[in-house]
Each structure stands twice: as structure tokens, then as C-alpha cells.
Design a protein around this ligand. Structure first.
Ligand SMILES: *Cc1c(COP(=O)(O)O)cnc(C)c1O
Length: 422
């Protein structure tokens, strides 16, 4: 849909936006900065500043080890229940623990061990590479018997549902995909895939890192078996904040974590010498969690709970549709190609735009234009839209500054040599 591309229209959209008030619930030291990387590291909620200083001073400084008994020991489950509310999970199925990578490993091994006679794992080439590395590691640890089928995308941005279903058969132990894929933002039809996998007797593990807090997730309704996800992206939990994992209730006492740590033990403070897994979801915990990072997630969770996923999704769609309109009018004529699906129902909350010079354009934006997007190989400029704090005017300015970089050839003065972190 074509929209008015004037700056005034952007301002009018902000005036009409009922979530605009949440912009000031985030720390902002530079009003001119256009931050488009909230899908990689979310902004700092202002409440987190007070919360973390309270954790450090009162809970650690004053209460010392007593805090374990007050609120620390329960934190993985307590915070897990808050996340459960916006990923469509009933109680006692979600805990916060470890990193997304470690959680994926724990759950993939559990799933494969539940189906020892089945030898196939289905995933795709759009998956986050770490997820693929972890699956390769699982295969190795389990004796090299599994075959990992990596589905290729049709147009570089999506694998059709039909192709996924075709790959699932009676030998499939596990189907694991990113619900929203990290480069193109393609959003899988999770319910259809999960239901079909179950018809074939396979288990399904969803990585929700790029969907949680940005698109609706209904784990119980889909019938998902396992899920993992990240808290430092759209949840705004802070750099390296611990991740979460979900195991469907009726699988919890059958599935075994490969990491037999004391936090997942039935009675950790008996200090017995033989491991017995805890009942329920707690068996998927491993060791002492990073309390400072873990407690810092809560203000981000509370903001999402306060607004609710339907309103967040609605704003996210308005932002992305608006961005695509501006893209068509102002960037497509400069040789950019849209690297994300145009169909709303197939799209998460970030948009990739592609250009042969994307790497240098990204540098020029960061160094000279006060815009922070990110770059993903080979030619993607990724623009993250956080429904909690991105404004329509920021989207307008982002596109305006990208256009200026290209028309004024600002990117040509930057080297084409890749840096360590992009
Ligand atoms: C961000 C992300 C991760 C991050 O994993 P870490 O263990 O936190 O490094 C994993 N998977 C996907 C799909 C992601 O987008």
C-alpha cells in the first residue's frame, strides 16, 4: 500500500500512535540517534537502571547470601512464568536459564534421545548458524548416526511450508527452525508445521529469538514440544541476558537434559552423590544462574505484559508497512532490493534491504549519519523495528539518511574490509 512519504505524515502517525508514550520508558542519551538494531540488542528500559542498582546494593550488598532464599532461587521459574504469558504457554513449562545456544543444545539432545530409532533432523539454511553448529555437535555427541537435512530457501528469504512438510517423514526425530529467521525476517507457519510433524511422529523445537516480544507466539496452541528464545533482543533484557526454554508439560518427565547440574537435581541441598532429575521443568536448569543479568530482565518483561502482544504486533506491522512504502518510493530507485517478504503474515519485526554496497553503506550510516542498523552477509542491511520504542519519524529519518548516503556517495570513503563484529 502506498503511503504519503512526507515527514509531516510520519509525525501524524506518531501522534496517532497509542504506544508512542512508551518511547520515554527507555534510556535515551541522543535524540538524533536512529537506533535500528533493537532486534540484536534491545534498548535499556529506564526502570532497569533502578532495578539493577537495587539488586546490587540491597540484594547483594545488604542481604548477601540471604537473597537466595528471598527471591534469587525462584527467579528462573518466576521470570519464566512472566515470559510464558506472552508466548502462549500455560504454567510450569518455561524457565529462564543459560544462553539460547546452551538451551537449544539441551533440548535438541533431549528430543533426539526420546526418539533413538529415528535418524533425521530437519532444519533450514536460513537458521542462525549457531543453531546449525549446535545440531552438528549433537550429532557428534550422539555417535554420528543422525542426518541433518538443511532445507534451502527458494528466493533467498523463505522456505515454503510445503517444502518443510515434504522433508518430514517416519525417520524424522526432530524439526527445528527459527520461527522468525534472522536475515530476511521470514515468519514460519509454526502451527501447520508442528501439527504435521506430529502426524509423522516427529518432535518440534522452535527458536523464538527473533519473534518473542515482537510477534504472537502460541506454543500450547501449536502443540509445540520444545522452544528456546533470547531475552536481549525484543525483550530488552540487556547484553548477554540469560535465555529461556519451554518444554511441553507431558514431555517433562520423559525428557532428560544432557547437563546434569545441581540446579536441575531433585534435591540439590541434600548434596547426595547420585543425580536424580527434578520433576517438571526444573530438570532443564543446570548450574547457578547469573543473578545480576537475570534479575535485570524483569522490567523489560513487565513492559511487554503491560501492553500485551496484540498491540505490539499491531504497531510492528504499521511500522514495517510504513518502512516498505518509504523503501519503494525512495530506495528501490537507487538499486536497493527488498530482502524480506512483502506479505504481512510472513514477516517478523525487522526488514532486510539489500544493496551490493550494503557493507560500506552500513559503515557510513554508523560513522557519519548517526544511524545504527546492522549488516548481515552478503549484502543485507538489517533494520529492526521495536514496537516498544521505534517511532514513525525515526523510520522516516532512517530511510532519509540511507538515501543521502547513497546519493551523496558517502559510503565510497569506507573500506570494504570486514570487521570482527558487524
Ligand atoms: C540471537 C539468536 C541466538 C543467540 O544465541 P546466544 O546463545 O545468545 O548467543 C540464537 N538463535 C537465534 C535464532 C538468534 O536469533
Amino acid at each position: 500500500m502506498n503511503q504519503d512519504i512526507s515527514l509531516n505524515h510520519a509525525r501524524m502517525l506518531d501522534e496517532k500512535d497509542e504506544l508512542a508514550i512508551y518511547h520515554k520508558r527507555f534510556f535515551n542519551s541522543d535524540d538524533n540517534l536512529i537506533y535500528m538494531d533493537g532486534n540484536s540488542l534491545g534498548r535499556l528500559p529506564t526502570d532497569t537502571i533502578q532495578r539493577t542498582s537495587r539488586i546490587v546494593k540491597n540484594e547483594w550488598g545488604e542481604q548477601l547470601i540471604r537473597s537466595w532464599g528471598i527471591n534469587w532461587y525462584q527467579a528462573p521459574a518466576y521470570l519464566g512464568e512472566k515470559i510464558a504469558k506472552f508466548i502462549g504457554a500455560g504454567p510450569d513449562q518455561v524457565v529462564v536459564s543459560d544462553s539460547t545456544s546452551v538451551n537449544l543444545y539441551k533440548l535438541a539432545i533431549s528430543a533426539l534421545m526420546l526418539q533413538p530409532e529415528r535418524k533425521k533432523i530437519v532444519t533450514d539454511a536460513l537458521n542462525f548458524p549457531s543453531d546449525l553448529y549446535l545440531l552438528q555437535g549433537c550429532r557428534q555427541v550422539l555417535g554420528g548416526k543422525h542426518k541433518i537435512q538443511v532445507l534451502e530457501p527458494v528466493d533467498g528469504m523463505r522456505v515454503e511450508t510445503r517444502k518443510v512438510l515434504e522433508a518430514i517423514n517416519e525417520d524424522t526425530a526432530l524439526v527445528t527452525l527459527s520461527h522468525v529467521v534472522f536475515k530476511s525476517g521470514y515468519l514460519y507457519d509454526a502451527k501447520t508445521i508442528t501439527e504435521y510433524a506430529h502426524q509423522k511422529g516427529a518432535l518440534v523445537l522452535w527458536d523464538l529469538s527473533h519473534s518473542v516480544g515482537a510477534v504472537p507466539v502460541e506454543l500450547d496452541e501449536w502443540g509445540a514440544d520444545f522452544a528456546v528464545g533470547c531475552t536481549y533482543k525484543y525483550i530488552n533484557g540487556g547484553p548477554g541476558a540469560p535465555a529461556f526454554l519451554y518444554v511441553r508439560k507431558d514431555l517433562q518427565d520423559k525428557a532428560i537434559s544432557p547437563i546434569w547440574g545441581w540446579f536441575g537435581e531433585r534435591s540439590p541441598f541434600s548434596f547426595g552423590l547420585e543425580y536424580a532429575p527434578a520433576n517438571g521443568i526444573n530438570r532443564f536448569l543446570s548450574g547457578t544462574p547469573p543473578i545480576l543479568s537475570m534479575m535485570a530482565i524483569e522490567p523489560g518483561l513487565d513492559l511487554i505484559l503491560e501492553i500485551g502482544m496484540p498491540r505490539l504486533r499491531n504497531k510492528s506491522i504499521l511500522l514495517s508497512e510504513y518502512l516498505i512504502s518509504l523503501f519503494d518510493a525512495r530506495l528501490a530507485p537507487l538499486g536497493f532490493i527488498l530482502g524480506s517478504p512483502r506479505e504481512i503474515e510472513q514477516r517478523g519485526s525487522h526488514i532486510s534491504i539489500q544493496h551490493p554496497e550494503a557493507y560500506r553503506i552500513n559503515q557510513a550510516l554508523i560513522e557519519e549519519m548517526n544511524v545504527i542498523p546492522d549488516f548481515r552477509e552478503p549484502n543485507n542491511l538489517r533494520l529492526g523495528l521495536s514496537p516498544l520504542y521505534t517511532s514513525f519519524e525515526e523510520v522516516w529519518s532512517c530511510i532519509d539518511r540511507i538515501q543521502r548516503v547513497v546519493t551523496e556517495n558517502k559510503h565510497l570513503s569506507f573500506p570494504n574490509i570486514r570487521q570482527v563484529v558487524t
